[in-house]
Structure formats: structure tokens, C-alpha cells
Design a protein around this ligand. Structure first.
Ligand code: IPE
Ligand code: IPE
Ligand code: MG
Length: 249
């Protein structure tokens, strides 16, 4: 990868991340700093999301994966959880047509069984509406836990082995990855976490084996196109080696 010294994105497709993952964090603190309720931070986070989606499409990013709600987030106060569930519906009501027009396929990943029925139904409607789109996959991680995803994959493969459909010797990395929610997708090239936290919080543990991480102190509701551009530019200055001494692009 060619190194650069400024914050401009290098336009060569080879140097652009093909898959970007974002942990949309800092909504609550964004609101609290302004003396507002946490809820308002979550709502403003939707505007930030629209900007990142648009820029990813403009740059022909193939996959955008956003962390919207973790399995652990169910432990938050009932009121906040309810608000966030309603916000999922509000987001789809507002954005689904936009996403569809941009050729984006909506693909929820996570323990969807835990969602309230009407939220799940609304998501399924958006999934089928955008199912034929192929310009970008938009993975929305909701009720998501990477460890749970990995355990579920192990269970699927174990069940196949138990019925004799699968020889345990045939379980390799590729086979294992195909039992994850992200089956068939390339791994994230770039993972972005705003809000100053520098941890992965149970997100894409398997898939991020060689992902480049980018942290920023900006809270998610303030994360605009120029911030995503800066993250991509920083990514383009990295040298990915995958354990080797030289890299070929
Ligand atoms: C991220 O913002 C959104 C969700 C986890 C649902 P937070 O709600 O975690 O915001 P902070 O980290 O408390 O500021
Ligand atoms: C991670 O953020 C999950 C999402 C952004 C949806 P959290 O705010 O829940 O993570 P922790 O608790 O700081 O690790
Ligand atoms: Mg947080």
C-alpha cells in the first residue's frame, strides 16, 4: 500500500477499504455533555449514520457493518432499551427508501429472536424490500454478540457432524466462517470506534483478525463525512503485512 502524508483519500479502488465496520458509540455522552437526555444522542446518531452510509456508497465500499445494539445492551434500563427498539423502526421508516434507491441491501446480524415482534417484522420487511440490491451490503448488528455468533456457528457444525453430514476433519477456517452471520462476506478492512473508547466490545471477533483499527474521541452523533474521510485516509497510510515482511497489492 502506497503511503501518504495528508488526510485526502487516495481514489484508487485498490487502496480503498472494501469493508468498513463502525462501532457507533458515544451517543449518551454526546447528549449528557449538552445537558440533554441520552435518547436525543441516539436520535442524532441516525443523522451521522446517514452520512457514513452515503459516503460509503459514493466511494463504492462493498460492505458497511454498523454496531447498533449489542446483546449486552439488553441489560440497560428498560426505558432506554424500549427507546432504541422504537428507533430501529423509526430509522427504517425514514431511511429504507433512501437506502433502496442507493442500491443497498439491508442485512441484519444478531440474535433477532430477542427483538419485539413488531420490530422484527419491520426489519424483515426492509430486508425483503432491498434483497435484490447489490451495490452495497449494509450489515446492521442488532442484539449482536460476536461470541454468541461463534458459539452458534460451532453448534451448527456440531449438529451437522452429529448427523453424519459433516466430517469434523473438514472443518477448516473457511467452513467455520461460512457458519457465521457474515457468511460469504470479506472481512472488514477498517474498523472505526468513535467516542474515545479503545475496545472491541464483543464485535466481529473472528472477522477482525487482520482488520485495521481506527479510534477517535469524536462522539458518534458528531461523526460526519469528513471524519469518515479522515479514518479512510489514515487507513491508507497503514501498511498491512499479514505476518509477512513484504506486501503485494
Ligand atoms: C452507543 O452509544 C449506542 C448504543 C450502545 C446503543 P452509547 O449509548 O453507548 O453512548 P455512551 O457510550 O453511553 O456515551
Ligand atoms: C458497543 O457500545 C455497542 C454499540 C455501540 C452498539 P457500548 O457502549 O455498549 O460498549 P461498552 O459498554 O462501552 O463496552
Ligand atoms: Mg457506549
Amino acid at each position: 500500500m502506497v503511503k501518504q502524508n495528508n488526510n485526502k483519500i487516495h481514489p484508487e479502488p485498490l487502496q480503498l477499504p472494501r469493508h468498513i465496520a463502525i462501532i457507533m458509540d458515544g451517543n449518551g455522552r454526546w447528549a449528557q455533555r449538552r445537558g440533554l437526555l441520552r435518547h436525543l444522542g441516539h436520535r442524532h446518531g441516525m443523522d451521522a449514520l446517514r452520512q457514513s452510509v452515503e459516503l460509503c456508497r459514493e466511494l463504492n465500499v462493498e460492505i458497511l457493518t454498523v454496531y447498533a445494539f449489542s446483546l449486552e445492551n439488553w441489560k440497560r434500563p428498560r426505558e432506554e432499551v424500549d427507546f432504541l427498539m422504537n428507533l430501529v423502526v423509526e430509522y427504517l421508516d425514514k431511511e429504507e427508501e433512501n437506502l433502496h434507491r442507493q442500491g443497498i441491501r439491508i442485512n441484519p446480524i444478531g440474535e433477532l429472536d430477542y427483538l419485539p415482534l413488531q420490530v422484527r417484522a419491520r426489519i424483515e420487511q426492509a430486508v425483503s424490500h432491498t434483497a435484490a440490491n447489490s451495490d452495497m451490503i449494509f450489515n446492521i448488528a442488532i442484539s449482536y454478540s460476536s461470541r454468541r455468533e461463534i458459539v452458534t456457528a460451532a453448534r451448527i457444525l456440531a449438529a451437522q457432524a452429529a448427523t453424519g453430514c459433516l466430517d469434523p476433519q473438514d472443518i477448516d477456517e473457511e467452513r467455520f466462517a461460512s457458519a457465521l452471520y457474515t457468511s460469504g462476506q470479506i472481512d472488514p478492512d477498517l474498523m472505526i470506534r468513535p467516542s474515545g473508547e479503545q475496545r472491541i466490545s464483543n464485535f466481529l471477533l473472528w472477522q477482525s483478525a487482520y482488520t485495521e483499527f481506527y479510534y477517535t474521541d469524536i462522539f458518534w452523533p458528531d461523526f460526519g463525512k469528513k471524519d469518515l474521510q479522515a479514518a479512510i485516509a489514515a487507513y491508507q497510510r497503514r501498511e498491512r503485512r499479514y505476518g509477512q515482511l513484504t506486501i503485494d497489492n
